[in-house]
Design a binder for this molecule. Structure first.
Ligand SMILES: [Zn+2]
Length: 113
């Protein structure tokens, strides 16, 4: 999936990262300012991830209904487990991608420990 550009809220320099990295806290390579996605963006991302998981499962079950009518149970369970792993792996970046396309990402300073 394509990389996105993130502008540091403190110094304005741009850092590129992929959608997986964008979920976590980010440290600006120029001024070392720590920041993270704000609560609004995180909750949008959570809902978009749920939505994409739901849609992927819907499409997969639809396809399976037509293609695996004669498969036995062991094969079916193996396929479902495999698909579950695939869905778990791709739904987060897709959720982040959708959030970015619709609203963009906004950041807040990382809280000090
Ligand atoms: Zn910076």
């Amino acid at each position: 999936m394509k990389e996105i550009e993130i502008k540091c809220p403190r110094c304005g320099k741009v850092k590129t990262m992929n959608y997986k990295e964008a979920k976590q806290t980010v440290e600006c390579p120029h001024c070392h300012f720590g920041f993270q996605l704000d609560k609004k963006t995180l909750s949008r991302q959570k809902w978009m991830t749920l939505l994409s998981t739901f849609l992927i499962i819907l499409v997969i079950s639809f396809v399976l209904t037509f293609t695996l009518r004669n498969a036995n149970n062991t094969v079916l369970i193996l396929i479902l487990v495999l698909l579950g792993l695939v869905v778990a792996y791709v739904s987060n970046p897709i959720g982040a991608w959708l959030t970015f396309q619709f609203w963009g990402f906004s950041y807040e300073p990382k809280p000090k420990k």
